[in-house]
Design a protein around this ligand. Structure first.
Ligand SMILES: NC(=O)c1ccc[n+]([C@@H]2O[C@H](COP(=O)([O-])OP(=O)(O)OC[C@H]3O[C@@H](n4cnc5c(N)ncnc54)[C@H](O)[C@@H]3O)[C@@H](O)[C@H]2O)c1
Ligand SMILES: O=C(O)C[C@H](O)C(=O)O
Ligand SMILES: [Mg+2]
Length: 555
């Protein structure tokens, strides 16, 4: 049985190695040095009250980070029970602030840095990780495109930590089996190079050849040092994101969250959104027209995955491609444009030969899309004119401003509701609160890959799949789309509520395991011969659980 799988054990390993304080806390109880009226249940409420007393997101992040160090069992227990409140702090959007300021708020080592200077001895550096034997999932960033915030260099580590917290809380992956990694290759951001507190190497980023050599050595060393590891690539700048996925996906157990995870999560939300829009307009599903504003790693990854939406309806790949238009900073992407980057060529329109179309409203009036998806990092790009143009063509326009964090969102929920008279079908990358208008409450969806990667990871680990195949990712997407319960469907949601994420991750893991078996990349033969019900119970049994408050009390 895998080490991911022990249930209800207190957290130690990596935490204990890095957290002398947590051991001190354990001794504190044993030695009965607690204050006379100390009780863990009250202390739990005290911790929550302390969290809520902080004035801003970054302060809350720092508080939670400290709690994780002092008392990891309490931290995970609180996170598990309060995901809708705590996820936006540990993850998007506040993790963006934590990254930007990481060199200033840094308190202790909490992940693995592999620097460009380590080239030639990366294996040795990786071997210093405290929980070598237990390691199962690494989230690896090079800090070059953190959310929509640009090149944050070595400050990118919190994004890996935040993703892994979601694996732990959202899929029951054991904390000691997670490995947050930041590749410290320099930064092109002058502000950091000039900052006396900057924690990374002070140099510009390497050229492609040097970076490729580094990455080859890194991935080989990862496989040697952590033979059971799944690698999730996160927030690499677009060219590198595509290149390393292509270079490594058939050789190592890895996937790229921004390309594949985002593709899967948006396909899933789009399937539900298209049904709602078609119910209002009577338009056949196969006639949806999708306009992407932003054609980077995320935009292109999502567009490729959305081909499946049309293929499920019987369209060929060529026919499916015709339903998709892409826009970058130079306007509508047409095949005739000179110097198109490689990843933009696939969706470049061959049927547009006019002068460059650069204004989004003009593009909408030309394409007449049913859906507008933003992955551009351009705040407020979907202004009132844009949303009004979408409304003019659609009874219920599908508007997904997917850029993160909130400060990069193409449109805020309140405005989208206002400008469409409440008709919008909406999902954003970062969380928004519900909106009440004319006594009616509208609830936004959150189209964030956080709904997908925990289940893909869990399924990959339990099946011991040697690769993450396209079919595993696609099946994950379908499982998410069909996971809405009755109440969520009745409320016309396009994604399930976050507090159900564990159940959903289990469902996703099941389909990922089945897809790995169908692709013959699985290495857990026992799981092949059980029914889906038995497999689902097995998955749930394998999930790690933080201690409950009653269990904490017994310590
Ligand atoms: N919701 C999610 O789960 C999710 C997942 C991954 C990425 N994202 C977000 O998507 C955004 C983009 O990520 P990426 O990796 O693709 O980044 P990127 O920098 O590679 O892509 C940005 C794209 O937007 C285009 N763009 C920039 N300015 C523009 C303008 N003025 N007009 C039109 N297009 C413009 C660029 O040409 C490029 O094609 C980020 O904010 C990221 O946080 C969200
Ligand atoms: O990190 C997120 O919130 C989603 C996504 O991976 C992103 O890069 O924006
Ligand atoms: Mg990302």
């Amino acid at each position: 049985m895998s080490v991911l799988l022990d249930k209800k054990t207190p957290v130690d390993g990596m935490q204990a190695q890095l957290n002398i304080a947590s051991r001190a806390a354990a001794r504190f109880n044993v030695a009965k040095l607690a204050p006379p009226n100390f009780c863990n249940t009250t202390h739990r409420s005290r911790c929550l009250a302390q969290l809520r007393s902080k004035n801003n997101g970054l302060e809350k992040y720092i508080f939670l980070n400290g709690l994780k160090e002092r008392d990891p069992s309490m931290f995970y227990s609180l996170l598990y029970d309060n995901m809708p409140e705590m996820v936006p702090i540990l993850y998007t959007p506040t993790v963006g602030d934590a990254c930007k300021n990481y060199s200033h708020i840094w308190r202790r080592p909490e992940g693995l840095y592999v620097s460009i200077g380590d080239k030639g001895r990366i294996r040795e550096v990786l071997s210093t990780w405290p929980n070598l034997r237990e390691a199962r999932i690494a989230v690896v960033t090079d800090g070059s495109r953190i959310l929509g915030l640009g090149d944050l260099g070595a400050n990118g580590l919190p994004i890996s930590i935040g993703k892994l917290d979601l694996y732990i809380a959202g899929a029951g992956v054991r904390p000691t089996s997670t490995v947050p990694i930041c590749l410290d290759l320099g930064t092109s951001t002058k502000e950091y190079l000039d900052d006396p507190f900057y924690i990374g190497v002070r140099r510009p980023r390497p050229d492609v050849a040097e970076m490729d050599e580094f990455m080859q050595e890194f991935m080989e060393a990862m496989k040697e040092v952590f033979p059971n590891l799944l690698v999730q690539f996160e927030d690499f700048s677009t060219d590198n994101a595509f290149r390393y996925l292509d270079m490594f996906r058939d050789k190592y157990r890895c996937f790229n969250d921004d390309i594949q995870g985002t593709g899967a999560v948006v396909l899933s939300g789009f399937m539900n959104a298209a049904r709602l829009a078609s119910a209002a307009s009577g338009r056949p599903l196969s006639e949806h027209r999708i306009l992407f504003f932003g054609a980077g790693s995320a935009g292109t990854g999502v567009a490729k995955q959305l081909l499946s939406f049309f293929k499920f309806l019987g369209l060929s790949e060529e026919e499916a491609k015709k339903q998709i238009w892409t826009v970058d900073s130079k306007g509508l992407i047409a095949a005739g444009r000179q110097g198109l980057q490689e990843h933009k060529k696939f969706f470049a329109r061959t049927d547009y030969e006019g002068p460059p179309l650069t204004n989004l409203v003009d593009i909408i009036n030309y394409v007449k899309p049913t859906a507008l998806l933003g992955l551009s990092t351009i705040r407020n790009a979907f202004n009132k004119d844009v949303i009004t143009a979408m409304s003019a063509h659609n009874e219920r326009p599908i508007i997904f401003p997917l850029s993160n964090p909130v400060a990069m969102s193409e449109v805020d929920y309140e405005e989208a509701v206002e400008w469409t008279n409440g008709k919008v079908i909406f999902a954003s990358g970062s969380p928004y609160a519900s909106v009440t208008r004319n006594a009616k409450t509208y609830e936004p969806g959150q189209g964030n890959n956080m709904y997908i990667f925990p289940g893909i990871g869990l399924g990959t680990l339990l099946s011991r799949a040697s690769r993450v195949t396209d079919s595993m990712v696609e099946q994950a997407s379908i499982a998410l789309a069909t996971s809405l319960d009755e109440e969520e469907s009745a409320a016309s949601l396009v994604y399930p509520r976050l507090d159900r994420i564990r159940d959903i991750s289990a469902q996703i893991a099941l389909t990922v395991i089945r897809a790995s078996q169908n692709a013959n990349v699985d290495n857990s033969p026992n799981l092949r011969h059980v029914t889906d019900n038995v497999l689902l119970s097995h998955i749930k049994e394998q999930m790690w659980h933080p201690q409950t408050s009653a269990e904490l009390n017994k310590l």
